[in-house]
Design a protein around this ligand. Structure first.
Ligand code: PLP
Length: 382
Protein backbone atom coordinates (compact mmCIF):
# COMPACT_ATOMS: atom_id res chain seq x y z
CA UNK A 1 0.00 0.00 0.00
CA UNK A 2 1.29 3.44 -0.88
CA UNK A 3 1.56 5.87 2.03
CA UNK A 4 2.01 9.60 1.50
CA UNK A 5 2.64 12.35 4.00
CA UNK A 6 3.36 16.00 3.38
CA UNK A 7 6.95 17.21 3.39
CA UNK A 8 8.18 19.11 6.44
CA UNK A 9 8.21 22.90 6.41
CA UNK A 10 12.00 22.85 6.24
CA UNK A 11 11.88 20.74 3.06
CA UNK A 12 9.00 22.70 1.58
CA UNK A 13 10.84 25.98 2.00
CA UNK A 14 13.57 24.63 -0.28
CA UNK A 15 11.07 24.30 -3.15
CA UNK A 16 11.43 26.77 -6.00
CA UNK A 17 7.73 27.11 -6.91
CA UNK A 18 6.05 30.49 -6.56
CA UNK A 19 4.06 29.26 -3.58
CA UNK A 20 7.28 28.93 -1.59
CA UNK A 21 9.08 32.00 -2.96
CA UNK A 22 6.40 34.69 -3.03
CA UNK A 23 6.24 35.38 0.69
CA UNK A 24 8.83 36.12 3.39
CA UNK A 25 10.10 33.15 5.45
CA UNK A 26 7.86 33.88 8.43
CA UNK A 27 4.67 33.59 6.35
CA UNK A 28 2.85 30.27 6.14
CA UNK A 29 1.73 30.02 2.48
CA UNK A 30 -1.58 28.27 1.72
CA UNK A 31 -2.89 30.04 -1.37
CA UNK A 32 -1.72 28.51 -4.69
CA UNK A 33 -3.39 25.19 -5.61
CA UNK A 34 -0.39 22.91 -5.49
CA UNK A 35 0.34 20.06 -3.11
CA UNK A 36 2.86 19.77 -0.29
CA UNK A 37 3.26 16.01 -0.85
CA UNK A 38 6.23 14.34 -2.57
CA UNK A 39 5.14 13.37 -6.10
CA UNK A 40 4.25 9.77 -6.99
CA UNK A 41 7.28 7.48 -7.29
CA UNK A 42 6.53 6.20 -10.83
CA UNK A 43 6.32 9.84 -11.98
CA UNK A 44 9.54 10.78 -10.23
CA UNK A 45 11.23 7.74 -11.77
CA UNK A 46 10.24 8.58 -15.33
CA UNK A 47 11.31 12.20 -14.90
CA UNK A 48 14.68 11.29 -13.38
CA UNK A 49 15.26 8.76 -16.13
CA UNK A 50 14.48 11.28 -18.86
CA UNK A 51 16.64 13.99 -17.31
CA UNK A 52 19.55 11.58 -16.80
CA UNK A 53 19.44 10.70 -20.47
CA UNK A 54 19.03 14.36 -21.52
CA UNK A 55 15.69 13.40 -23.03
CA UNK A 56 14.45 16.97 -22.75
CA UNK A 57 13.49 17.90 -26.29
CA UNK A 58 10.11 18.55 -27.90
CA UNK A 59 7.24 16.19 -27.42
CA UNK A 60 4.92 16.57 -30.38
CA UNK A 61 2.05 14.12 -30.38
CA UNK A 62 2.49 11.00 -28.25
CA UNK A 63 -0.31 8.45 -28.85
CA UNK A 64 0.39 6.93 -25.43
CA UNK A 65 -1.28 9.95 -23.78
CA UNK A 66 -4.78 9.65 -25.30
CA UNK A 67 -4.57 5.92 -24.61
CA UNK A 68 -3.58 6.44 -20.95
CA UNK A 69 -6.26 9.12 -20.44
CA UNK A 70 -8.91 6.92 -22.09
CA UNK A 71 -7.99 3.95 -19.88
CA UNK A 72 -8.11 6.15 -16.77
CA UNK A 73 -11.49 7.64 -17.78
CA UNK A 74 -12.95 4.18 -18.46
CA UNK A 75 -11.75 2.75 -15.13
CA UNK A 76 -12.84 5.70 -13.03
CA UNK A 77 -15.88 7.17 -14.77
CA UNK A 78 -16.97 4.48 -17.24
CA UNK A 79 -16.41 7.06 -19.95
CA UNK A 80 -15.33 5.86 -23.39
CA UNK A 81 -13.06 8.65 -24.58
CA UNK A 82 -12.84 9.26 -28.31
CA UNK A 83 -9.06 9.02 -28.74
CA UNK A 84 -9.29 10.46 -32.25
CA UNK A 85 -10.62 13.74 -30.87
CA UNK A 86 -7.81 14.43 -28.46
CA UNK A 87 -5.58 17.53 -28.51
CA UNK A 88 -2.70 18.79 -26.40
CA UNK A 89 -2.10 22.25 -24.97
CA UNK A 90 0.54 23.75 -22.73
CA UNK A 91 -1.76 23.93 -19.73
CA UNK A 92 -5.46 24.17 -19.03
CA UNK A 93 -5.27 27.96 -19.16
CA UNK A 94 -3.89 27.87 -22.70
CA UNK A 95 -6.44 25.20 -23.66
CA UNK A 96 -9.25 27.44 -22.38
CA UNK A 97 -8.02 30.52 -24.23
CA UNK A 98 -7.35 28.67 -27.50
CA UNK A 99 -10.82 27.11 -27.46
CA UNK A 100 -12.42 30.48 -26.66
CA UNK A 101 -10.57 31.99 -29.63
CA UNK A 102 -11.98 29.30 -31.93
CA UNK A 103 -15.57 29.77 -30.81
CA UNK A 104 -15.86 33.52 -30.23
CA UNK A 105 -15.36 36.94 -31.76
CA UNK A 106 -14.09 39.87 -29.66
CA UNK A 107 -16.92 41.15 -27.48
CA UNK A 108 -18.81 37.83 -27.33
CA UNK A 109 -20.28 36.78 -24.02
CA UNK A 110 -18.96 33.89 -21.95
CA UNK A 111 -20.96 32.64 -18.97
CA UNK A 112 -19.33 31.77 -15.64
CA UNK A 113 -20.62 30.97 -12.16
CA UNK A 114 -19.01 32.99 -9.40
CA UNK A 115 -17.38 32.53 -7.02
CA UNK A 116 -15.10 30.81 -9.51
CA UNK A 117 -11.46 29.97 -10.28
CA UNK A 118 -9.98 33.43 -10.67
CA UNK A 119 -8.22 32.80 -13.96
CA UNK A 120 -11.52 32.27 -15.75
CA UNK A 121 -11.66 36.08 -15.73
CA UNK A 122 -8.19 36.37 -17.24
CA UNK A 123 -8.84 33.72 -19.92
CA UNK A 124 -12.02 35.50 -21.02
CA UNK A 125 -10.19 38.82 -21.13
CA UNK A 126 -7.30 37.28 -23.07
CA UNK A 127 -9.81 36.03 -25.68
CA UNK A 128 -11.25 39.59 -25.77
CA UNK A 129 -14.66 38.38 -24.61
CA UNK A 130 -17.00 39.59 -21.92
CA UNK A 131 -17.77 37.56 -18.78
CA UNK A 132 -21.43 37.15 -17.87
CA UNK A 133 -21.94 35.98 -14.32
CA UNK A 134 -24.65 33.60 -13.22
CA UNK A 135 -23.64 33.23 -9.55
CA UNK A 136 -24.00 29.86 -7.87
CA UNK A 137 -26.76 29.86 -5.31
CA UNK A 138 -25.86 28.96 -1.73
CA UNK A 139 -28.61 27.51 0.40
CA UNK A 140 -27.53 26.24 3.80
CA UNK A 141 -24.61 23.95 3.13
CA UNK A 142 -25.37 23.41 -0.55
CA UNK A 143 -24.07 25.22 -3.60
CA UNK A 144 -26.19 24.83 -6.72
CA UNK A 145 -26.60 26.11 -10.23
CA UNK A 146 -29.17 28.83 -10.91
CA UNK A 147 -30.73 27.19 -13.97
CA UNK A 148 -33.20 30.02 -14.63
CA UNK A 149 -30.30 32.50 -14.54
CA UNK A 150 -28.31 30.25 -16.87
CA UNK A 151 -31.17 30.12 -19.37
CA UNK A 152 -31.52 33.93 -19.26
CA UNK A 153 -27.79 34.34 -19.96
CA UNK A 154 -27.90 31.83 -22.84
CA UNK A 155 -31.05 33.42 -24.27
CA UNK A 156 -29.32 36.82 -24.16
CA UNK A 157 -26.80 35.56 -26.69
CA UNK A 158 -23.89 33.96 -24.80
CA UNK A 159 -21.60 31.99 -27.09
CA UNK A 160 -19.76 29.86 -24.52
CA UNK A 161 -20.37 28.53 -21.02
CA UNK A 162 -17.19 27.98 -19.00
CA UNK A 163 -18.18 25.28 -16.53
CA UNK A 164 -15.89 24.53 -13.60
CA UNK A 165 -16.68 20.87 -12.90
CA UNK A 166 -15.88 20.07 -10.12
CA UNK A 167 -16.08 23.64 -8.98
CA UNK A 168 -13.10 25.59 -7.66
CA UNK A 169 -13.38 27.06 -5.00
CA UNK A 170 -16.60 25.62 -3.54
CA UNK A 171 -15.93 21.93 -4.35
CA UNK A 172 -19.41 21.37 -5.81
CA UNK A 173 -19.67 18.44 -8.22
CA UNK A 174 -22.46 19.15 -10.69
CA UNK A 175 -25.20 16.54 -10.47
CA UNK A 176 -26.56 14.47 -13.34
CA UNK A 177 -29.73 16.55 -13.20
CA UNK A 178 -27.76 19.81 -13.43
CA UNK A 179 -25.58 18.48 -16.26
CA UNK A 180 -28.57 17.24 -18.26
CA UNK A 181 -30.24 20.64 -17.94
CA UNK A 182 -27.02 22.42 -18.96
CA UNK A 183 -26.82 20.22 -22.07
CA UNK A 184 -30.46 20.82 -22.93
CA UNK A 185 -30.07 24.61 -22.61
CA UNK A 186 -26.76 24.60 -24.51
CA UNK A 187 -28.41 22.80 -27.41
CA UNK A 188 -31.49 25.04 -27.35
CA UNK A 189 -29.42 28.23 -27.51
CA UNK A 190 -26.40 27.01 -29.50
CA UNK A 191 -23.90 27.56 -26.68
CA UNK A 192 -20.58 25.68 -26.45
CA UNK A 193 -19.92 24.18 -22.99
CA UNK A 194 -16.23 24.14 -22.07
CA UNK A 195 -16.11 21.77 -19.13
CA UNK A 196 -12.94 22.36 -17.11
CA UNK A 197 -12.49 19.00 -15.39
CA UNK A 198 -9.00 19.49 -13.98
CA UNK A 199 -10.20 18.62 -10.45
CA UNK A 200 -12.15 15.51 -11.54
CA UNK A 201 -9.83 12.86 -10.01
CA UNK A 202 -10.00 14.67 -6.64
CA UNK A 203 -13.31 13.25 -5.45
CA UNK A 204 -13.94 11.93 -1.94
CA UNK A 205 -15.67 8.63 -1.35
CA UNK A 206 -19.43 8.92 -1.30
CA UNK A 207 -19.39 11.59 -4.03
CA UNK A 208 -19.73 10.85 -7.74
CA UNK A 209 -18.22 12.73 -10.64
CA UNK A 210 -19.83 12.51 -14.09
CA UNK A 211 -17.77 13.85 -17.01
CA UNK A 212 -19.84 16.30 -19.07
CA UNK A 213 -19.19 14.30 -22.25
CA UNK A 214 -20.48 11.16 -20.55
CA UNK A 215 -23.88 12.66 -19.66
CA UNK A 216 -25.77 11.97 -22.92
CA UNK A 217 -25.75 12.62 -26.66
CA UNK A 218 -26.86 16.23 -26.19
CA UNK A 219 -23.86 16.90 -23.95
CA UNK A 220 -21.52 15.36 -26.53
CA UNK A 221 -23.05 17.58 -29.23
CA UNK A 222 -22.62 20.73 -27.15
CA UNK A 223 -19.42 20.36 -25.21
CA UNK A 224 -15.76 19.60 -24.85
CA UNK A 225 -13.51 18.89 -21.89
CA UNK A 226 -10.28 20.62 -20.95
CA UNK A 227 -8.22 18.88 -18.33
CA UNK A 228 -4.79 17.87 -17.10
CA UNK A 229 -3.08 15.54 -14.64
CA UNK A 230 -1.37 18.63 -13.23
CA UNK A 231 -3.74 19.33 -10.34
CA UNK A 232 -4.26 15.80 -9.05
CA UNK A 233 -0.63 14.66 -9.36
CA UNK A 234 0.96 18.05 -8.66
CA UNK A 235 2.61 18.54 -12.04
CA UNK A 236 1.68 22.15 -12.83
CA UNK A 237 5.27 23.13 -13.59
CA UNK A 238 5.56 20.43 -16.24
CA UNK A 239 3.03 21.98 -18.63
CA UNK A 240 0.76 19.53 -20.34
CA UNK A 241 -3.03 19.69 -20.77
CA UNK A 242 -5.62 17.85 -22.82
CA UNK A 243 -8.63 18.91 -24.88
CA UNK A 244 -11.16 16.15 -25.54
CA UNK A 245 -14.40 16.08 -27.54
CA UNK A 246 -16.75 13.52 -29.05
CA UNK A 247 -18.72 15.25 -31.78
CA UNK A 248 -17.58 15.57 -35.37
CA UNK A 249 -18.66 19.21 -35.81
CA UNK A 250 -16.85 20.20 -32.62
CA UNK A 251 -13.83 18.21 -33.75
CA UNK A 252 -13.83 19.99 -37.12
CA UNK A 253 -13.46 23.27 -35.29
CA UNK A 254 -10.85 21.91 -32.85
CA UNK A 255 -8.84 20.78 -35.85
CA UNK A 256 -8.27 24.51 -36.47
CA UNK A 257 -6.24 24.82 -33.26
CA UNK A 258 -2.78 26.14 -34.09
CA UNK A 259 -0.51 23.21 -35.05
CA UNK A 260 1.95 24.55 -32.52
CA UNK A 261 -0.57 23.98 -29.70
CA UNK A 262 0.54 20.37 -29.23
CA UNK A 263 4.21 21.31 -29.61
CA UNK A 264 3.93 23.81 -26.79
CA UNK A 265 3.22 21.07 -24.24
CA UNK A 266 6.40 19.85 -22.58
CA UNK A 267 7.91 16.42 -23.16
CA UNK A 268 8.38 15.92 -19.42
CA UNK A 269 4.76 16.93 -18.85
CA UNK A 270 3.45 14.53 -21.49
CA UNK A 271 5.32 11.55 -20.02
CA UNK A 272 4.57 12.48 -16.42
CA UNK A 273 0.88 12.61 -17.41
CA UNK A 274 1.04 9.23 -19.14
CA UNK A 275 2.55 7.68 -16.03
CA UNK A 276 0.06 9.52 -13.77
CA UNK A 277 -2.95 8.16 -15.66
CA UNK A 278 -1.45 4.66 -16.01
CA UNK A 279 0.21 4.15 -12.63
CA UNK A 280 -0.74 7.08 -10.41
CA UNK A 281 -3.91 5.79 -8.79
CA UNK A 282 -2.41 4.15 -5.66
CA UNK A 283 -0.57 7.39 -4.86
CA UNK A 284 -3.67 9.49 -5.53
CA UNK A 285 -5.75 7.24 -3.28
CA UNK A 286 -3.26 7.76 -0.44
CA UNK A 287 -3.23 11.51 -1.03
CA UNK A 288 -7.03 11.66 -1.08
CA UNK A 289 -7.08 9.84 2.26
CA UNK A 290 -4.91 12.65 3.71
CA UNK A 291 -7.04 15.39 2.20
CA UNK A 292 -10.25 13.67 3.27
CA UNK A 293 -9.02 13.72 6.87
CA UNK A 294 -7.81 17.29 6.48
CA UNK A 295 -11.14 18.64 5.20
CA UNK A 296 -12.87 17.32 8.36
CA UNK A 297 -9.96 18.28 10.62
CA UNK A 298 -10.29 21.86 9.40
CA UNK A 299 -13.98 21.86 10.34
CA UNK A 300 -13.05 20.87 13.90
CA UNK A 301 -10.28 23.44 14.13
CA UNK A 302 -12.53 26.23 12.89
CA UNK A 303 -15.24 25.30 15.34
CA UNK A 304 -12.75 25.51 18.19
CA UNK A 305 -10.59 28.49 17.22
CA UNK A 306 -12.72 30.54 14.80
CA UNK A 307 -16.32 29.77 15.80
CA UNK A 308 -17.80 32.52 13.64
CA UNK A 309 -16.25 31.12 10.45
CA UNK A 310 -18.61 29.25 8.10
CA UNK A 311 -17.23 26.36 6.13
CA UNK A 312 -18.95 23.70 4.06
CA UNK A 313 -16.76 20.59 3.87
CA UNK A 314 -16.09 20.19 0.10
CA UNK A 315 -17.03 17.02 -1.86
CA UNK A 316 -14.05 17.43 -4.13
CA UNK A 317 -10.82 19.42 -4.72
CA UNK A 318 -8.28 20.19 -1.99
CA UNK A 319 -9.56 23.68 -1.46
CA UNK A 320 -11.43 24.93 1.58
CA UNK A 321 -13.70 27.93 1.01
CA UNK A 322 -14.21 29.74 4.30
CA UNK A 323 -16.71 32.52 4.97
CA UNK A 324 -15.27 35.03 7.46
CA UNK A 325 -18.00 37.64 7.02
CA UNK A 326 -19.07 37.46 10.66
CA UNK A 327 -15.70 38.83 11.71
CA UNK A 328 -16.67 42.02 9.87
CA UNK A 329 -13.19 42.82 8.54
CA UNK A 330 -12.55 44.70 5.31
CA UNK A 331 -9.77 43.06 3.26
CA UNK A 332 -9.55 40.10 5.60
CA UNK A 333 -6.94 38.25 3.48
CA UNK A 334 -4.57 41.21 3.68
CA UNK A 335 -5.11 41.53 7.41
CA UNK A 336 -4.35 37.83 7.95
CA UNK A 337 -1.19 38.14 5.88
CA UNK A 338 0.03 41.37 7.46
CA UNK A 339 -0.79 40.57 11.07
CA UNK A 340 -1.15 36.78 11.19
CA UNK A 341 1.65 35.91 8.72
CA UNK A 342 -0.59 33.39 6.98
CA UNK A 343 -1.18 33.67 3.22
CA UNK A 344 -4.55 32.52 1.86
CA UNK A 345 -6.25 33.12 -1.49
CA UNK A 346 -8.30 36.29 -1.47
CA UNK A 347 -11.97 35.43 -1.92
CA UNK A 348 -12.64 38.74 -3.70
CA UNK A 349 -10.54 37.51 -6.65
CA UNK A 350 -13.11 34.76 -7.27
CA UNK A 351 -15.87 37.30 -7.91
CA UNK A 352 -19.43 37.49 -6.62
CA UNK A 353 -19.89 36.72 -2.94
CA UNK A 354 -16.17 35.95 -2.66
CA UNK A 355 -15.11 39.14 -0.88
CA UNK A 356 -15.95 37.77 2.58
CA UNK A 357 -14.20 34.45 1.93
CA UNK A 358 -10.69 33.08 1.98
CA UNK A 359 -9.50 29.90 0.24
CA UNK A 360 -7.17 27.58 2.11
CA UNK A 361 -5.16 24.73 0.59
CA UNK A 362 -5.85 21.37 2.26
CA UNK A 363 -3.17 19.39 0.39
CA UNK A 364 -0.68 19.68 3.19
CA UNK A 365 0.02 18.36 6.69
CA UNK A 366 -2.31 18.61 9.67
CA UNK A 367 0.43 20.58 11.47
CA UNK A 368 0.42 23.29 8.79
CA UNK A 369 -3.38 23.46 8.73
CA UNK A 370 -3.50 23.77 12.52
CA UNK A 371 -0.83 26.46 12.56
CA UNK A 372 -2.71 28.37 9.84
CA UNK A 373 -5.95 28.33 11.82
CA UNK A 374 -4.18 29.39 15.02
CA UNK A 375 -2.58 32.30 13.16
CA UNK A 376 -5.95 33.29 11.70
CA UNK A 377 -7.56 33.14 15.16
CA UNK A 378 -4.78 35.24 16.67
CA UNK A 379 -5.86 38.06 14.35
CA UNK A 380 -9.62 37.63 14.24
CA UNK A 381 -10.47 36.39 17.73
CA UNK A 382 -8.16 38.57 19.87
C1 PLP B 1 -10.49 25.03 -12.45
C2 PLP B 1 -9.04 25.21 -12.79
N1 PLP B 1 -8.68 25.26 -14.09
C3 PLP B 1 -7.39 25.42 -14.43
C4 PLP B 1 -6.41 25.56 -13.48
C5 PLP B 1 -4.99 25.80 -13.91
O1 PLP B 1 -4.55 24.78 -14.70
P1 PLP B 1 -3.18 24.94 -15.50
O2 PLP B 1 -2.11 25.16 -14.49
O3 PLP B 1 -3.06 23.63 -16.21
O4 PLP B 1 -3.39 26.08 -16.42
C6 PLP B 1 -6.74 25.52 -12.14
C7 PLP B 1 -5.70 25.69 -11.11
O5 PLP B 1 -5.93 25.67 -9.95
C8 PLP B 1 -8.09 25.33 -11.78
O6 PLP B 1 -8.47 25.29 -10.51
Amino acid sequence: MVRVSADSLVELRKRRSAKWRTFPEDVLPLPVAEMDYPIAKPIRDVLIDMVKRSDTGYSGIAPELPQAFANYAKRNWDWTVNKDQFYLATDVGVAGVEVLRLWTQPGDKVVINTPVYLNFFTWIKEAKCEAVDVPLSHLGDEWALDLAGLEDAFAAGAKVYLLCHPHNPVGHIFTLDELEKIAELAKKYGVLVISDEIHAPLIFSGAKFIPYLNVNETARETGLCITSASKSWNLAGLKCAQIVSDDSAINDRLALLPISSAWRASLLGVWASIVAYNQGEPWLKAVLKNIDENRHYLAKLLKKHLPKAKYTVPDSTYLAWIDLSEYGQEEVTKLLLDKGRVALSNGADFGGVGKDFVRLNLATSKEIIKEAVIRMASVLED
